[in-house]
Design a protein around this ligand. Sequence first.
Ligand SMILES: Nc1ncnc2c1ncn2[C@@H]1O[C@H](COP(=O)(O)OP(=O)(O)OP(=O)(O)O)[C@@H](O)[C@H]1O
Ligand SMILES: [Mg+2]
Length: 288
Amino acid sequence: MDDKNPPLVIAIASGKGGTGKSTLSISLAMALADLGKRVAVLDANLELPSIASLLNISPTYTITDLIEGRQSIREVICNGPQGINLILGSSLPQPARKLSTAHHFGIVNAFDTISKELDILIVDTAPGINNASLNFIRASQEVLIVTTSEPTAIASANALINTLHKNYNLQNFRIVINRVYDIHEGPKTFKAIQKSHFNNIEIFITYAGHIHEHKSARIAASKGQAIYKMFPKSEFSHDVKKLSQTIETWPIRVNPRGHIEFFMEELIGKASKVLDVDEKSALNSSIS
Ligand SMILES: Nc1ncnc2c1ncn2[C@@H]1O[C@H](COP(=O)(O)OP(=O)(O)OP(=O)(O)O)[C@@H](O)[C@H]1O
Ligand SMILES: [Mg+2]
């Protein structure tokens, strides 16, 4: 194991689908790279990955190769635009496969083995309250919830926060309001979210920022380009840059990998007797 701290792992999450997680993950990674950070984006939307198609990349190896122990993390990482690294899913339909918590935690933990080459890992999750996303979020130090101002998006963001707190005792949530039309919309929507959790003193919700609506988002996606790269002078890119600067100021959590470290220790202890072949392979590829 390298002696450098493990990379800062940020889960990009949402309750409702289509709030802009993947679009933001890519542009944010580029903005962080512009700040000199070594960044990777993991497409953790295992069933419906989209980063490869958003950037028009056909990866040689995908996350499935990592999960099944065929390739190590180094082989699966590919170079993306603007110096970012990518770990992509296959755009081909994958045979349905039930992955365990060991797999999900193992995937994130695998990045610790390349900690000397990486400062930040952005984990783009699938929307909603599903096992995989909850596990990826628990394996991260920071959770950045992306929502729009639509009532259904806000309600599902609140449901996600409540589930993460109730089931796993997560307490800190950062919120970014996407697709705003003016600078007041972000703080206003954030206050509505904050108000919903006012009675729970164990939940800490922080405003991470807003991202403006970009009228040509679809054009950028259809050209396999990030908005941040194609429209660097837009309000969208300005907001993403600001978010990247905010992330730089986030303090390192005292017990940053509490969940994952506890889980991995438990798992390694049990590995010889309890785990099935797939779980062992996930664990081995993460610690080799
Ligand atoms: N700031 C923005 N301005 C305009 N359009 C945007 C913005 N952010 C995202 N979009 C558009 O919203 C749609 C959904 O975006 P994206 O795929 O990034 O969402 P997602 O949260 O990753 O979706 P899923 O939950 O399915 O993974 C896309 O058409 C994208 O171009
Ligand atoms: Mg997505």
